[in-house]
Write a protein that binds this ligand. Structure first.
Ligand code: MN
Length: 507
């Protein structure tokens, strides 16, 4: 007898419950409210296993606001309970608000956590599970998360945690389950550092994204990936692979069937825009949504002298937008460092003359903190050389290096530094593009030493800035950058800054 099971998969939802943009109210055709309708529809005709692959708790203003209240039960746990999610795997961003908040979410959540390669005080967050469908299909579910988290996360958020290599965890879990089940699903909150077809490296082989290696392990029927926010529905070797874009923009729909010992697996991606928002889920989040909107509309200060809205993100990076100077000014003020480095994130919006919380959280979307590093002139040059990789000269014009667009959008890995003046010559070979670098009008020598303030992501080497990791840490400011920005405006309610044109990018 042929037996079937449908599996609905989300990953990298990033706190996206409803469809409207918090920046401009436009309909982004996304969110778990649409997913709730999709699940209701699919459940009418079939048995459905519903799994989520992590990066759930960070990424929307509602989550930022909710986590300021530090409440139990956790709203995202309640939303997942309403969706009847069966299993949950952890993502790297689920650690961004610390372990008490993560624990509050996991305690609210009725679904078991399956992540077995991260331990908290010696005990794994979750364990492998066997799900039995109404037709008696047995599905083994194994969860693992990228073990690269210590390269980004604030040390106090991962205190007492141990990160085990996903390859070894998954290998031993598959061995344990394979004789007890009909299918094995591995949920891996990580992506691919190799081309899916050729296996050639597409990024430095740091171990952050070992999906390609996992796909080649024996015994895995479906490998659910994430972390890179790519849309993938394919096969590597004999393993079916999925990955979804972020913010609950789409979900993966997988069909398993087993007929006389013959397995077949079909994968596809479904856009959330195909389904309306479910009123039951909207009702659940309504009180939080309303409070979030009131908080977002609060004015924090005024800005004059320059236009702080970003109309063209490329030009904003090429010609150092006044917003970059403002962010660096705030970082310097909070840290008393000599130099400050900052990037513009992937879809920066900028500030209107009357600055609201909405502007702050739409522009600075990560809950980063600040770290002060002691950096030599030599490492400062290496830092700027790494930043200079962001540009290329193509057809006689300066363009964005395509590797910052695909496979993952990484415009946040181009930093602009204030406190010094420098020139990047983009037609020069990599590693030889910094042709001029001065501090207070004097050339910077390799042995000079400076204090540099950057965010915790960069300080821990995020974006493969190894030269920054190597620098001694002088100080940490353990406040969210959006809170640091809000308190700066509180101290300077009518702000008018001088813009410094200190970064010169030439062909
Ligand atoms: Mn993510």
């Amino acid at each position: 007898m042929k037996r079937n099971l449908k599996i609905c998969i989300t990953t990298d939802v990033h706190g996206t419950l409803q469809t409207r943009s918090y920046a401009d109210f436009s309909d982004k055709k996304q969110g778990l409210a649409r997913y709730a309708s999709a699940l209701k529809e699919i459940r009418k005709t079939s048995d459905v296993l519903v799994i989520d692959n992590g990066d759930l708790l960070q990424g929307s203003p509602l989550m930022t606001f909710f986590h300021k209240q530090d409440r139990f039960p956790h709203i995202m746990g309640q939303a997942f309970n309403l969706l009847n999610v069966d299993y949950f795997n952890l993502g790297n961003h689920d650690f961004n608000y610390g372990q008490p908040i993560l624990n509050s979410f996991l305690d609210t959540l009725e679904a078991p956590c399956v992540c077995s390669n991260i331990t908290q005080n010696g005990k794994p967050f979750g364990s492998s599970q066997i799900y039995t469908s109404s037709q008696g299909l047995r599905i083994g579910i194994i969860g693992a998360c990228t073990d690269y988290i210590p390269h980004w996360e604030r040390p106090q958020h991962i205190k007492g945690l141990t990160f085990i290599d996903p390859l070894s965890t998954v290998t031993s879990e598959v061995k344990k389950l394979k004789n007890q089940v009909d299918f094995i699903i591995v949920m891996y909150h990580g992506g691919f550092e190799r081309d899916l077809q050729s296996g050639l490296p597409t990024e430095p082989l740091t171990g952050e994204n070992v999906g390609y290696e996992l796909a080649h392990l024996d015994g895995i029927d479906l490998l659910v990936t994430g972390h890179q926010h790519r849309s993938i529905s394919t096969k590597i070797a004999n393993t079916a692979i999925t990955q979804c874009a972020y913010n609950a923009n789409e979900f993966a729909l997988v069909d398993f069937s087993l007929d006389e010992g013959i397995k077949s697996i079909d994968t596809q991606l479904v856009k959330m825009s195909s389904y309306p928002e479910d009123t039951e889920l909207l009702e659940l989040i309504k009180p939080w949504e309303e409070q979030t909107q009131i908080w977002l509309d609060q004015a924090v200060g005024t800005l004059s002298g320059h236009d702080y809205l970003i109309k063209d993100p490329f030009k904003a990076r090429l010609h150092k937008h006044p917003l970059v100077g403002l962010l660096n000014t705030i970082q310097l003020d909070a840290s008393n460092a000599q130099l400050s480095g900052v990037s513009l994130f992937n879809e920066p919006t900028g500030f209107k003359p009357i600055v609201t919380t909405r502007d702050l959280v739409s522009t600075y979307v990560y809950p980063n903190t600040l770290v002060v590093k002691q950096i030599t002139g030599e490492r400062l040059k290496a830092y700027l050389e790494k930043c200079a990789e962001y540009f290329i000269v193509l057809d006689g014009e300066i363009k964005v290096n395509p590797s910052y667009d695909a496979p993952k959008s990484q415009h946040f890995n181009y930093d602009m530094v204030d406190g010094i003046e420098y020139t990047l010559k983009i037609s020069n070979p990599l590693g030889h593009r910094v042709i001029h670098m001065t501090y207070q009008g004097k050339d910077i020598a390799p042995n000079d030493s400076f204090s540099l303030v950057i965010n915790n992501y960069r300080a821990n080497g995020g974006g493969n800035f190894d030269m920054i990791v190597a620098c001694p840490t002088l100080n940490e400011i353990n406040m969210d950058m959006t809170d640091i920005m809000a308190s700066y405006f509180e101290a300077h309610p009518e702000l008018s800054l001088t813009h410094h044109n200190n970064i010169h990018i030439i062909k």
